[in-house]
Write a protein that binds this ligand. Structure first.
Ligand code: SF4
Length: 347
C-alpha cells in the first residue's frame, strides 16, 4: 500500500482521520503542532503521542521532508534551493529578503504542462502535482536553513498553482492555520498563467490573497506566441474572468508583465495594455526577464523598461518595475532543476 502524506492534511481533515482511527479529538491539534509548528520529520519525535499510535501512523503515512540538494546564495541575500523530494524528483524554492520580511517563492508541481515559451520549468512537461504538505515543507526547509521566520509566500515557482487546485487550496489552509505557521492570506500571492475556469473556482473561495496574472501581452496574437494557454483562454476571456474575480472577492488583481526585447516592449503595446486593463485599479509588475537557455527571448534594456512604465503611469495605470533579486546566481525559474536532470542523465 502506498503511504499517504500526513503533513498534507488540514487540521479538520486530520481530526476526521484520527477519529476514524479511534483517537480522541485533542490528538489532531497535538499532531498538527508537531508537523506544522515544530516541523518534525520523524514520527518518533512526537514525544507526547502513544507509541502504538505512532507505529500505526508510520505504517500508513509519511511526513514530507525534502532535502537540500543544492543551495545558491546571492550577494543580495536571495537563496535558491534545489530540493529533493522523497520520490527522487527535484523542485526549486527561493527565499528573497525584502524590508517587510522574508518571502519564499514555492513550487507547486514537479515540472509544468503550460508550455510558456520563456520558461525553463515547462521544457520537460509536468511530472506530477505536489502534495499540500510538500509545498508547506518547502517553507519549513527554507526557514530552517536561514534560521529566520518566513512572513510572506508567493506561489510563483515551478508549476501552475491552479492546475493543482485542490492540493494548493489545502496548502493555503494549512499554512494560514493559527495552529501552524499562521501566515496571513494577505501575505500570500498566487500567480497563474490564466486558467480561466480555475480563476472562477478560486473567486468562489473568497480568499484574501493577492491574485497575480501572468499576462505578458495585451493581445491574442502576441500572447499566443508566448503562452499556448492563450489559445484556450484568450485575452478578452481572461480579463473578463479577472473582472469577475475582483467583483466577487473585492481584491485587486496584479498583472505580471515580462519585458521581452522586440516582442512586447513597444510604446504602442504599452498603450494597448493600458486600454485593456484601465478602470480595474489593477497593478502592473514589469519584470526584466532572466534569459533561459533554449528560449528565443532576450531581456528589454533597463531604459526601455522605465519608458514603458512611464507610459503606463501617464495613461493612468499603476506600474512598478520588479527589483531583480539574485541576479548574480542568475538561474531563472526551473534552470537548477534542468541542470540536475541533465547531470543525472549523464551519470
Ligand atoms: S511560467 Fe509558470 S505556468 Fe508558464 S510554463 Fe512556467 S511554470 Fe508553467
Amino acid at each position: 500500500m502506498d503511504k499517504k502524506c500526513l503533513s498534507s492534511y488540514t487540521l479538520e481533515q486530520l481530526a476526521a482521520q484520527l477519529k476514524e482511527m479511534g483517537q480522541p479529538a485533542f490528538r489532531a491539534k497535538q499532531i498538527f503542532h508537531w508537523l506544522h509548528q515544530k516541523h518534525v520529520t520523524e514520527f518518533s519525535a512526537m514525544t507526547d503521542q502513544p507509541k502504538t499510535l505512532l507505529a500505526k501512523l508510520e505504517e500508513e503515512f509519511y511526513i514530507a521532508a525534502p532535502t537540500i540538494q543544492r543551495r545558491q546564495q546571492s550577494k543580495d541575500g536571495t537563496v535558491k534551493y534545489l530540493l529533493r523530494l522523497s520520490d527522487g524528483n527535484c523542485i526549486e524554492t527561493v527565499v528573497m529578503r525584502y524590508t517587510y520580511g522574508n518571502t519564499v517563492c514555492v513550487s507547486t508541481q514537479v515540472g509544468c504542462r503550460m508550455g510558456c515559451r520563456f520558461c525553463a520549468s515547462t521544457q520537460a512537461g509536468r511530472v506530477r502535482n505536489l502534495e499540500a504538505g510538500e509545498i508547506a515543507a518547502e517553507i519549513y526547509a527554507a526557514q530552517k536553513d536561514i534560521g529566520e521566520r518566513i512572513s510572506h509566500i508567493v506561489l510563483m515557482g515551478i508549476g501552475e498553482p491552479l492546475d493543482n487546485f485542490d492540493n494548493v487550496m489545502d496548502f493555503l489552509t494549512i499554512i494560514s492555520c493559527a495552529d501552524g505557521v499562521n501566515i496571513g492570506m494577505r501575505n500570500i500571492s498566487l500567480s497563474t498563467c490564466g486558467v480561466v475556469p480555475q480563476i472562477d473556482r478560486l473567486a468562489e473561495k473568497k480568499l484574501q490573497l493577492t491574485l497575480s496574472i501572468s499576462l505578458h501581452a495585451p493581445n491574442n496574437k502576441m500572447r499566443s506566441q508566448m503562452m499556448p494557454v492563450n489559445d484556450a483562454y484568450p485575452v478578452e476571456t481572461l480579463i473578463a474572468a479577472c473582472r469577475r474575480y475582483q467583483k466577487i472577492t473585492g481584491r485587486r488583481i496584479s498583472f505580471e508583465y515580462s519585458m521581452v526585447r522586440g516582442v512586447n516592449d513597444s510604446p504602442a503595446t504599452a498603450k494597448e495594455l493600458a486600454n485593456l486593463i484601465k478602470g480595474m485599479g489593477a497593478h502592473v509588475n514589469l519584470i526584466p526577464i532572466n534569459p533561459v537557455d533554449g528560449s528565443p527571448y532576450s531581456a528589454t534594456d533597463a531604459e526601455n523598461v522605465k519608458r514603458f512604465q512611464k507610459m503606463l503611469m501617464d495613461l493612468g495605470v499603476n506600474a512598478t518595475v520588479r527589483r531583480r533579486l539574485g541576479s548574480d546566481i542568475s538561474a531563472a525559474c526551473g534552470q537548477l532543476r534542468r541542470e540536475e536532470a541533465a547531470k543525472e542523465e549523464h551519470l
